[in-house]
Design a protein around this ligand. Structure first.
Ligand SMILES: Cc1cc2nc3c(=O)[nH]c(=O)nc-3n(C[C@H](O)[C@H](O)[C@H](O)COP(=O)(O)O)c2cc1C
Length: 407
């Protein structure tokens, strides 16, 4: 564990999260003061130059996103912290918010200054009531101390829908509507919450901001993979010996994550697959474990870094059974707004369910592959677009598992 690199989790275990003085004594809120002494466009340039890319899944350059909102003249703009964290197997945002809530608030206030916004919302998943309490206490302390200085933050609670993590569905939900994604463009930085320019950033992305402002873009850029610099907080689950969270530079390989940090597999079993990035992540076979975990390296192998969930499966796991559960999850979570997702997730689940029961035929595989390929292109939002990825990647890497189930 000494190889861990704690940037986002720099204060973990060192401060009392519910005592703002601890955070301030550890250097907290100096970055906000520094940011406010800077010209706004220089601040955005610094974040852009650092190469920080979103930690919520889409991997968009953070400074670039901010620059879109900053260029628009509007009497009101919003900063939204995406703390929905509905991805099964992911709990890194919870760890960050529970242990260092002020760093998220500071990141939001810096973003607010950069784009010219005085109002922020944290959209936290409904299953995290204790986190909501922690956030509310942290906000109250920050207000009392006057450190946010004119930047107001409120917490909004989700009601358990996975799709509400998608930024436009999240915005609909804050506005009090059904959580359904919007057609894009316009994208939220141009027209988001109540039609105003809105930056939606993930918890981990925002927690990086104070450190980047403090230490500079060159320092940040020097860590990890060139195209996706910095660190990533990962959560290890499944058949791995150490089911832990860990923060590592982004050029760490999946093998290092599973064996050096995860301690290998439980018992003396061999690894079958690792699913990275949550339920919609692709499956990586043992032969590709030397891939670096950064966004681009994962994408090149047909997988995603996503939220940073790392689900380890040993050789005894039945891939078709795992995929059946995943397709069932997506059928349940599809909001139903667009037909390719509403119908596609249902048919995909039906087909894999049939295969699992040993009632499938060879043409089921071809049809499901075609369906998945169409969904990836035709669905309105990332939920439907990514839903077939686990099926498609396992069809590629674990053909024998499917063939063995055919009738
Ligand atoms: C179905 C779905 C669920 C998502 N869930 C989350 C989530 O829980 N947290 C998150 O930060 N981003 C989530 N995203 C990504 C957001 O739409 C968005 O890209 C992200 O919040 C932007 O922040 P970032 O640039 O800091 O990563 C989800 C996307 C989709 C399609």
């Amino acid at each position: 564990m000494s190889e861990e690199m704690r940037v986002v989790l720099r204060n973990f275990g060192k401060i009392d999260p519910l005592n703002i003085d601890d955070y301030i004594n550890a250097g907290g809120y100096q970055s906000l003061a520094k940011a406010r002494s800077m010209n706004q466009s220089d601040l955005i340039d610094l974040v852009k130059q650092s190469g920080l890319r979103g930690r919520g899944g889409a991997g968009f350059n953070c400074g670039m996103k901010w620059s879109f909102s900053s260029q628009i003249a509007s009497e009101q703009k919003y900063v939204v912290c995406n703390a929905d964290e509905g991805e099964p197997g992911t709990y890194k945002d919870r760890i960050i918010m529970e242990n260092d809530p002020q760093s998220v608030l500071e990141g939001m206030a810096i973003c607010g200054y950069a784009i010219g916004s005085s109002k922020g919302y944290i959209y936290c998943r409904g299953e995290y009531p204790y986190v909501v309490e922690t956030l509310k206490k942290a906000i109250a302390q920050a207000k009392e101390k006057g450190v946010l200085d004119g930047f107001d933050i409120e917490v909004r609670m989700g009601a358990g829908a996975y799709v509400c993590g998608e930024e436009s569905a999240l915005i609909e939900s804050i506005e009090g509507h059904r959580g359904e994604p919007r057609f894009k463009p316009p994208f939220p930085p141009v027209s988001g919450l109540w039609g105003k320019p809105t930056i939606v950033n993930n918890v981990e992305t925002l927690a990086n901001i104070p450190v980047i402002v403090e230490k500079g873009s060159d320092w940040y850029k020097s860590i990890g993979a060139a195209g996706y610099p910095g660190t990533k907080v990962l959560t290890l689950t499944g058949d791995v010996a150490n089911r832990i969270f860990v923060e590592v530079p982004t050029n760490t390989t999946l093998r290092q994550v599973v064996y050096d940090f995860g301690g290998g597999l439980v018992g003396s079993k061999k690894i079958k697959a690792v699913q990275v990035g949550g339920t919609s992540g692709g499956f990586i076979p043992e032969t590709l474990l030397d891939t670096s975990i950064d966004f681009d390296s994962m994408a090149a192998k047909g997988a995603t870094l996503g939220s940073g969930a790392v689900l380890v499966m040993d050789e005894t796991r039945d891939i078709v059974d795992v995929i059946e559960r995943i397709t069932s999850f997506f059928e349940h979570e599809s909001c139903g707004k667009c037909a390719p997702c509403r119908e596609g997730t249902k048919r995909l689940h039906e087909t894999v369910h049939r295969l699992k029961k040993g009632q499938g035929i060879a043409s089921d595989l071809d049809n499901a592959e075609r369906l998945g390929t169409v969904m990836a292109r035709a669905c309105l939002c990332g939920l439907g677009q990514a839903a077939p990825a686990p099926f498609l990647t396992t069809l590629k890497h674990f053909q024998n598992d499917y063939a063995a189930k055919l009738n």
